[in-house]
Design a binder for this molecule. Structure first.
Ligand SMILES: Nc1ncnc2c1ncn2[C@@H]1O[C@H](COP(=O)(O)OP(=O)(O)OP(=O)(O)O)[C@@H](O)[C@H]1O
Length: 513
């Protein structure tokens, strides 16, 4: 494989895919792959893991015909192939399902499922039956006439999966299918993946959630710095070995288990806030040094709480005070008062095409980075960006690299760096570690802790409740736009939070918001 490390190879299955010694250099000169190999067994679920920027997406793009490799070979179902475009790869039987796989929201599940299929007109009843069989195969029980716009993100992904099966896919690539899905939806994805493999198809499962690798896959491949460093049956790899193999080092930065020292003084007081986006009489307080977690399922109003505090959604009732002074429902004024929001959809909210890392990280704090708040000082901006690159382990040669040329996870880290160093008093974080690798997760948690320890306040929304409990001091559960329960992180567990968030248990009287 051209690697100086020993790659553990032990095959139990006949291969459907055999990619060897793949190299890829982008036009910018970035070497994304330098000796990556990937063998996927027929009828298996194969995990593909690696740190942010390791080269996973590039390898998938090559596999799906979206990008040509600089060199290397691909064998698919025993034949050497070279696909000029995604349609050729699809015709051969390779399908890629992304969380945002394009579906037509105004069409039904039935119409979407067969969008990719060309050929003779077939009677709707034949298609209906075929779709019914495919849906039953992956265990998804929905009416085929439902409009896609009425489906949850998880169910939409399942429709994309069915679309792939309907097109005759033999190998399905799933790229971070569970990022920001609620627990019940994750289970739906897991069940579907297992069913697909049981039906003899292969799944290449790409994720940063290592627990999913152990739960779902039978084999795994680790890419580091563009090269395959481990390929092995999952059962033969321990969690420590996997982390070490991904990061190339033994120790993760220490995530302190000790919770912050929470002061008495309230930084944020939200009282009786209702919005047109579904919030109903929300009350909450965050004190100095405190990290407050918000647990809720998709659609519960968890992100809307952050949007209301940030002034992005108009309020129909209630008041929000920061350090005892009312904050108007206006984003500009909220930012001016020291409220920062790192949104969940970082790509569409805050990463500007063609903007260098340094320009992106200085944007919210230009006043402090300028001379007398008037003349920009590029050296200060560069220094700020270099600090973010080093603190967050952003994989980029320097701060002149454009954020849109970074890998997904590294671009997310830049968005983090954008808000961490200014005059921020209250940090609002929506899914801060989605798409971020295991090493960066630890770094981000330490930075959040450091920010709170300086006497500031943090609110975090995370769909991974276990993760939420690792970082938060206190957790509020949101359901149907209301805060329905509050727990000290030390007094609860993910099961209780899930039961509360999904309405299985109700609050038992501790109403001390
Ligand atoms: N379009 C592009 N132009 C230039 N460089 C790119 C482009 N896309 C990716 N890269 C670079 O190629 C390298 C590998 O990126 P890739 O997106 O394949 O990583 P990844 O493993 O998928 O990361 P992540 O987990 O963050 O999504 C990175 O250094 C990235 O900056």
């Amino acid at each position: 494989m051209g690697n100086d490390e020993t790659v553990h190879e032990h095959r139990e299955f006949a291969d459907i895919l055999d990619m060897r010694d793949v190299h890829m250099t982008y036009a910018s000169g970035t070497v994304a792959l330098s000796g990556a190999s990937l063998r996927v067994g027929a009828g298996t679920v194969h995990g593909l893991v690696g740190a942010n920027g390791a080269g996973k997406s590039t390898l998938i793009k090559i596999l799906s015909g979206a990008q040509a490799a600089t060199s290397g070979s691909i064998q698919f179902r025993g034949k050497t192939v070279s696909w000029p475009n995604p349609a050729a790869a699809q015709a051969a039987g390779v399908a890629t399902v992304y969380q945002d796989t394009p579906l037509v929201p105004t069409l039904s599940v039935l119409e979407n499922a067969f969008l990719g299929r060309r050929g003779m007109w077939r009677s709707p009843s034949t298609l209906r039956n075929q779709l019914g069989a495919l849906l039953a195969q992956i265990g998804l029980h929905i009416d085929v006439d439902t409009l896609v716009s009425d489906l949850s993100i998880g169910s939409r992904q399942m429709v994309a999966l069915v679309q792939a099966l309907a097109c005759g896919a033999q190998l399905i690539v799933m790229d971070e299918p569970t990022a920001s899905l609620a627990e019940s939806e994750r289970q739906m994805v897991f069940d579907a993946v297992r069913e697909v493999a049981a039906a003899g198809k292969s799944v290449l499962y790409v994720t940063h959630f290592l627990d999913e690798i152990f739960e779902l896959t039978s084999e795994l491949t680790v890419i580091r710095d563009g090269r395959t460093v481990l390929a092995a049956p999952t059962a033969s790899v321990s969690e420590d070995e996997l982390v070490q193999s991904i990061l190339g080092k033994k120790a993760l930065s220490e995530i302190s288990k000790k919770h912050s020292t929470v002061g008495e003084t309230a930084v944020l007081q939200v009282r009786g806030v209702s919005t047109g986006q579904g919030l109903k009489e929300v009350d909450l307080t965050v004190r100095e040094g405190e990290i407050l977690g918000i647990a809720g399922l998709l659609g519960s109003g968890r992100s809307e709480v952050l949007h209301a505090i940030f002034g992005a959604d108009p309020r129909s009732a209630g008041s929000i005070q920061l350090d005892g002074r009312e904050v108007p429902a206006n984003v500009g004024k909220a930012v001016h008062r020291g409220i920062a929001l790192v949104p969940e959809d970082r790509k569409s909210q805050g990463i500007f095409p063609g903007w260098e890392i340094w320009r992106t990280t200085s944007l919210p704090d230009l006043g402090n980075l300028s001379w007398k708040s008037l003349v920009l000082r590029p050296s200060h901006e560069q220094h700020r960006a270099q600090r973010a690159i080093s603190d967050l382990g952003i994989r980029a040669v320097d701060s002149d690299v454009c954020t849109d040329a970074l890998s997904g996870g590294n671009a997310q880290k830049v968005m983090f760096g954008k808000w961490l160093y200014g005059d921020v008093r209250l940090l609002l974080l929506d899914e801060p570690t989605a798409g971020v690798d295991v090493g960066a997760k630890a770094d981000i948690f330490s930075l959040i802790r450091g920010f709170a320890a300086a006497g500031n306040a943090v609110i975090i929304v995370a769909s991974e409740f276990e993760e939420l409990l690792r970082i938060a001091d206190r957790v509020i559960v949101v359901r149907h736009g209301r805060c329905i329960a509050e727990r000290d992180a030390a007094d609860t567990n993910e099961h209780e939070l899930l039961a509360l968030a999904s309405g299985l248990t109700t609050q038992t009287g501790r109403q001390t918001l």
